[in-house]
Structure formats: C-alpha cells, structure tokens
Design a protein around this ligand. Structure first.
Ligand code: UFG
Length: 326
C-alpha cells in the first residue's frame, strides 16, 4: 500500500481527497491541527492532531510513517483576513511549508502535491487563464501561494530528486455526492455557501459585491469546480508523480464561468427559496473574471471531470448544508 502523508486532511478539500485515497486503497496519514478541520471529516487512515510549526513532532511522525508522497493542504485561506494579518499568512502558509519541505528532505521523501490557487494570477490579462500567465497576486494570501510555488520550483531545480505538482484551484464548491462530508467552516465568505446559508435563514440577506464589472450582467464571473472532481485531480497528479512524472503546475477549473447573478438564480432554483438579495459596492481585490484554461491537466494527465454542472454542484452543497448543524 502506498503511504501518503496529507496535511490539512481534516479540512474541506483535504477530507474529500482523503476519502478518494482511502477508497482507492492508499494508506493515509492525516496531519492536521484541527484549527478549521474536523476529526469526523477524516473518513480513512489515521489522524494526528499536530501543527506544522512543531517540526519535532512532524519529523517523528514522518520517521514512523515513512510516506512515499505528501499532499499539502494545510493553510490559511481567507483573503480579507490575509490583508489584515499578513504575518499570520506568511508564517502559516510559507514558513510552515518550509518546515514540511525540510522534514521531507531530511527523511528523503521526494514527491509533493501542493494546493495552490488562481489567486496567484491577480488580475489576469488572458481569459481563460493559461498556466503561463505571470504570477501577479494582489493580496497576501495569493502572495503566500506564489512564494511557495517559487520555492518548489527552486527546490526542483536544485539538483535534488524532489518532484512536485502544484494545482492552482479555481472556485471550489459542492460536497461529496454521497453526502458524507462537505464544507464545514461557519465564517465563510464564499458565494455559494453564503447564498445557501441565506436560503436557510442564517443571514437575512445576500449582498452582491459589485454590479458594474465589465461582464454581461455586471457581476463577477468565476469558474466553479466540484470538490470531488478537484479531489480526483489530486489522485491523478499523485499517480503521475509516483510513475516518475516531472514537476509541473496545473490549473484546476472547468474552463467556463458563471456570474454572481447566475449562481444566485441557481441557488434559488435548487433550494426553492426566494431569499433577499441586495446590491452592494465592489469588494476590494476581486478580479472581474477568473476562468481557467484547463487544457493542460486534461491533455497531460487525462483528467476528465464528472460534475461540470452548476446545478449538481449546488445540489450537493445544499444537501450537505441542510443536514450539517455545527
Ligand atoms: N460574492 C458576492 N457576495 C458574497 C460573496 C461573494 O457577491 O456574499 C462574490 C465575490 O465578490 C466574487 C464571487 O462572488 O465576485 C466569488 O466570491 P468567493 O468569495 O466565493 O470566491 P473568490 O473568487 O473571491 O475566491 C476564491 C477562493 C480564494 C481564491 C480565489 C482565487 O475562495 O481562496 O477564489 O480564484 F484565492
């Protein structure tokens, strides 16, 4: 059984990947400080509650488990928070990743999959965005992801045998189609979750941040990708590295977008609830359009997503949200 070390495996995306890894017969060890993740979300393998800042524990766990590969989800991910507390973001996302990479080096673990983000592009010039677009983040969160990508590039070019795949996520949404896990962080700023929580009555209204963008209906367009399709991309990337593949950087999106207004209409259709929506000023740092050019991952890794359907994405998220009571 191939042993895979997963940081942040108790979180939203991590737990979906752990589920697939378990179903496919991998031996999984989840390393998570449970700051935003949950023990119940880890459906397979062993969970160690510890922090990446604690290098001693990290190394001890590595020496005992002896993983062949690492998938690194653990990070802080809230863009506005990163603007307010940049040092927290650099420490957690950059310094803790360096700890992890050092321990990997010391323990001779050479395969690494990294959770990057479309936030590394900032305001892109080309739409859909190819991986060759320059890294030009416009907030500290995106900076931390771009910084780690540069560290990974340099490490892979250092003459070591280190190989990595960096996956640049677009807007991840939806929940496990079997309904076992889903998004479980109450303080979210994400559009689909906030819209569902408004439908549920947790908020009295949903605000649309900006209706004067240069898009057909004036609201921002995003490439919403189902979390299980994204999880599958991790499995494929892992198998690629285990088969001796070279380091690479890949966008994870479907290559099409929906506006904020289109998403809200779909949430109303799926839930059958006509909640209150108000127009509000632009939120700082929002690019008008973020849509992936996903041809590279489709051609090179033969990723064939199954859930490229906004209605299905929202249905799975709604099913989870209705049944999930924090
Ligand atoms: N939006 C609203 N009202 C809300 C919430 C969001 O109008 O209550 C709008 C936003 O302004 C944006 C769109 O809905 O135009 C999507 O917003 P999200 O917060 O759901 O997602 P973002 O595109 O801002 O961010 C996501 C991830 C980030 C990542 C980024 C990169 O959450 O971690 O994609 O593409 F950096």
């Amino acid at each position: 059984m191939t042993k895979v070390f997963v940081t942040g495996g108790a979180g939203y995306i991590g737990s979906h990947v752990v589920k697939l890894l378990g179903e496919k017969g991998y031996d999984v060890l989840v390393y998570d400080n449970l700051s935003t993740g949950h023990e119940w979300a880890v459906l397979y393998g062993k969970l160690i509650k510890a922090d990446l800042a604690d290098k001693e524990t990290l190394k001890k766990v590595f020496l005992e488990f002896k993983p062949e590969a690492v998938i690194h989800f653990a990070a802080s991910i809230v863009v506005p928070e990163s603007v307010k507390y940049p040092l927290k973001y650099y420490r957690n996302n950059v310094i803790n990743t360096i700890n992890l990479l050092e321990v990997m080096e010391e323990c001779k673990v050479k395969k690494f999959i990294f959770s990057s983000s479309a936030a590394v592009y900032g305001i892109p010039k080309k739409i859909p965005i190819p991986e060759t677009e320059p890294l030009n983040p416009i907030n500290p969160y995106g900076e931390t992801k771009a910084t780690v990508e540069r560290i990974l590039r340099d490490l892979a070019n250092s003459g070591s045998e280190f190989k990595y795949v960096s996956l640049r996520y677009f807007n991840v949404a939806g929940a496990d189609p079997e309904g076992k896990i889903g998004f479980a962080y109450p303080k979210t700023t994400h559009l689909i979750i906030r819209a569902l929580k408004t439908a549920k009555g947790e908020f009295d209204k949903l605000e649309i941040y900006g209706t004067d963008y240069p898009t057909p209906d004036g609201t921002c367009i995003r490439d919403y990708i189902h979390v299980t399709d994204l999880a599958e991309a991790h499995i494929i990337a892992l198998e690629y590295l285990l088969d001796g593949g070279e380091s690479d950087v890949l966008n994870c999106g479907y290559g099409r977008g929906f506006s904020v207004k289109e998403v809200i209409s779909m949430v109303k259709k799926v839930t059958g609830i006509d909640f209150k929506v108000v127009e509000a000023p632009r939120r700082p740092g929002d690019p008008a359009i973020l849509v992936a050019d996903s041809s590279k991952i489709k051609e090179k890794l033969h990723w064939s997503p199954r859930y490229d359907d906004l209605e299905f994405i929202i249905k799975t998220a709604w099913h989870w949200e209705k049944n999930f009571n924090p």
